[in-house]
Design a protein around this ligand. Structure first.
Ligand code: PMP
Length: 437
């Protein structure tokens, strides 16, 4: 198969130059820049359908970015597009309760029973931020424990990563976060029970909640080791701390429900976003009734939103879940994921490229130059240069991946066997160049 598609990027380059004049850094979210892969012009997309994106220069891409997770039904799924159009014609925002929110809340609780009470917000960031506030209100404590490398949005409290020690008090990951706030955050390595036990023993009575991505998506796809989360639950509850699952990526990604359905564990609260908006802005949080009743107007914890539960997002979200309810959805994603994983493995062996692939169903991460990844530290050790070269090689052949070694490839129900085969051909070509370097 032809390797050089002679792609040009003149239009993207022109847009990027102009974007940089008006928009800070030329992007509206830093992860969209190519900074983590050595720089370059990000491709500007003007259209998407199914598994494909088209950029402003007319280049087509098989898309595995999935908009960083929300896109699981493929782009512009007709059922979702129609639901949005129909709702738009009836008005986009009323500032009143609507039947849609009742319907959607019911659907979510049916899928994820721990969501006894729910609130809709507009982003994953908001959802997580509010679960923490509610947990603090409920427990009358201030500290949280989180796991190194887990991303929970850009609110002050969670924008804290680990130091290198096993159990460190937070150091802010961003300028503009007061040290006093970061001090309320304890970070421990994922899958490291001893460190967690040390942290919860040391700070136990001050900890309002333990916040965790039950299946990690933010240093690539990383599964909890057997028994790890069970012990986290047990030890946290023993100290009176709540468990918050950040299911912003995982809700409806692996099954019709959350990672909690798969792991058979019940958190006290859950934050969601991404997929439940069917590709429109959304967030939601919920949990046990007694805890959620802390939220205004019932309780003293305040959270509000002009756009919260907006009809467009809910119409899209309901339509998306309806698509996902179709029989065989998750088995299909798993099968394609397996095909991709096995194919990449085989090619890695053939071309002697050192890779580790972490996959769960239709999501996977290819790490270069490491033997295993079970926490952030492992992922951080993976090879930046190999990844960057791989990313750019794939892009040139029409495969759009996330421009960071810490992200996942997301399959959609619109990817086909042929798409996966074409992708593997691109992988083969890229590995060949890597091997020759
Ligand atoms: N939590 C997790 C696990 C996420 O992956 C993200 C976004 N990548 C967020 C929270 C924040 O969501 P949003 O970008 O919608 O604010």
């Amino acid at each position: 198969k032809k390797t050089n598609h002679n792609r040009t990027y003149d239009q993207s380059e022109a847009y990027y130059r102009e974007a940089c004049e008006y928009i800070v850094g030329g992007v509206n979210s830093p992860s969209r820049s190519y900074k983590a892969v050595g720089g370059g012009t990000p491709v500007f997309i003007k259209r998407a359908e199914g598994a494909y994106l088209w950029d402003v220069d007319g280049n087509r891409y098989i898309d595995y970015l999935g908009a960083f997770g929300p896109i699981i039904t493929g782009h512009a799924h007709p059922h979702i597009t129609q639901a949005i159009a129909e709702q738009a014609a009836k008005g986009t925002l009323y500032g009143t309760p609507t039947p849609l929110e009742v319907k959607f809340a019911k659907m979510l609780r049916e899928a994820i029973p721990s969501l006894e009470k729910i609130r809709f917000v507009n982003s994953g960031t908001e959802a997580v931020m509010t679960t923490i506030r509610v947990a603090r209100a409920y427990t009358n404590r201030t500290k949280i424990i989180k796991f190194a490398g887990c991303y929970h949005g850009h609110s002050d409290l969670v924008l804290v990563a680990a130091g290198s020690g096993p159990s460190t008090l937070g150091i802010p990951d961003s300028a503009g976060i007061p040290h006093s706030i970061a001090q309320e955050v304890i970070t421990v390595p994922f899958n490291d029970l001893a460190s967690f036990e040390e942290a919860i023993t040391t700070w136990g009575e001050e900890v309002a909640a333990v916040l965790v991505e039950p299946i990690v998506g933010n240093f690539g796809i990383v599964m909890p080791e057997p028994g790890f989360l069970e012990e986290v639950h047990r030890l946290a509850h023993q100290k009176g701390a709540l468990i918050i699952y950040d299911e912003v990526i995982t809700a409806f990604r692996f099954t019709y429900g959350g990672a909690q359905n798969i792991l058979q564990l019940e958190p006290d609260m859950t934050a969601m976003g991404k997929i439940i908006g069917g590709g429109t802005p959304i967030g939601a949080y919920g949990g046990k009734k007694a805890i959620m009743e802390q939220v205004a107007p019932l309780g003293p914890a305040y959270q509000a939103g002009t756009m919260a539960g907006n009809p467009l997002s809910l119409a899209a979200g309901i339509a998306c879940l309806e698509v996902l309810q179709e029989k065989g959805t998750y088995a299909y994603l798993d099968r394609l994921g397996q095909k991709l994983e096995e194919g990449i493995h085989q090619l890695a062996q053939q071309f002697s490229i050192p890779v580790t692939i972490n996959r769960f169903k239709g999501a996977l991460t290819v790490y270069f130059g490491v033997d295993q990844v079970k926490n952030y530290e492992d992922a951080a050790k993976s090879d930046d240069r190999l990844f960057a070269t791989f990313f750019k090689g794939m892009l040139k052949q029409g495969i759009n991946l996330a421009p960071s070694k810490y992200e996942a490839w997301f399959l959609t129900i619109r990817h086909t066997d042929q798409d996966v085969e074409d992708t593997l051909q691109a992988v083969a070509n890229t590995f060949k160049t890597l091997a020759a370097q």
